[in-house]
Design a protein around this ligand. Sequence first.
Ligand code: NCD
Ligand code: ZN
Ligand code: ZN
Ligand code: ZN
Length: 436
Amino acid sequence: MSVDYLLKNGLVIVEGAPTRKAVALHLGKIEGIYSPGSEPPAQQVIDCEDLYILPGAIDIHVHLRDLNNSDKEDFETGTRAAAAGGVTTVVDMPNSNPPTLDRDSLAEKVDSAKEKRFVNVGFYSGIQRNTSDFDAQIVPDILGFKVYPHSPIIKDTSYNQKRIRACLKLSEEHDIPLLLHPETGGKRSAPKTLDAFLMQHTCESEEDSIQQFLAAQSEIGGRLHICHVSCASSVRTIEKHRAEDLLTAEVAPHHLFLAGGDFTHPDGASKMLPPLRSPYDNKALQKALHQCVIDCVASDHAPHTEQEKRATFLEASSGIPGLETTVPLMLTEVLEGRLSWVEYLRCCCSAPAHILKLGSKGVLAKGYDADICIVKKEESVICGAFFNSKAKVTPFEGRRVLATPVMTLVGGDLVYNYGQFLIGPGVAGRVPVRKT
Ligand code: NCD
Ligand code: ZN
Ligand code: ZN
Ligand code: ZN
């Protein structure tokens, strides 16, 4: 038998170390991993000499915008950015315009993403004001619920214990995680100084919010996933309540590697929520990732227009692009010896798949989906102007990285090859991604 693709002479992580191997792909799946000399015949052979063959990253926190926010990003530019960044599955947040709250608003996104996709796209839904209005028919097409207590998708929804319990009840009933943007607070006036902005988005408010949801969860059940943990104090709270599958957490690269004091804040390039914290928090988050207190890395890719980001810090929109920087930044940690290969594979590939129960993804092994990222070890600097995303303003501008994704395969199709998109849009990958 001849397989569809043979990725030959690459470096595959075996027992924690890069090892020369070939990866065979057939009918969209990984057919097997072979030692030199024992490879099967193939329709197409890709020479991967000196390149790392890794599972594609799974980014469970992205805002692809589209629909009425296509000026910021659309499914085409967002998923091109993913493919170029070595990310083969993205999961889209519901705080879009219109917001994703029911069957119609979800269908509109699914249709658009189907047409424009370059990688696999999954979706989250928000939760309606009255949780009994929830339409269970959308459950197979969503991978979780997302809530923003500080800035609810449905204006004036107060996240008191009653509301929090109702949300967790939906998670419990439908066996999908409730993702939390951990921050308390309701209506507040626009801050007039940087200090006032930071006082509205404190570590205390992050921790309080996590505590409120944990308190409700202890009675109601449900699965809770804490988004973009940014503070040492939150790490301590999560560590105390760790329970496999019931409480999971993610960290964004900017909260691992950047501190607020690194920026003089002339404009909004480094503005996001939660805000950048201190070097002490950076260290605590890095340690938490090593110790599995934080399960995974997610970019919180939150594109805005150039104008929205170049405004003064106080006026600028919160959120930065991340799809094209996460894999290079995390692999730089590996190549410089601060993160092990096994840790990388866990926090960028297998743990995110595990959290969302994507049973056929996140691992480079026989039988798994052929979602693959091929990486070259080379030194370069991050330059937002070259991003495929519409959002080109990044606080990582000029940062040195040691790894570049050069080829990306999605469902066994070579989508991205050294800067070129070979097929698509609307061909490779699945929309919506479903639990398996
Ligand atoms: C996100 C956005 O722009 O949608 N912004 C951000 O700063 N992270 C919202 C969010 O994830 O909280
Ligand atoms: Zn958020
Ligand atoms: Zn470690
Ligand atoms: Zn977000």
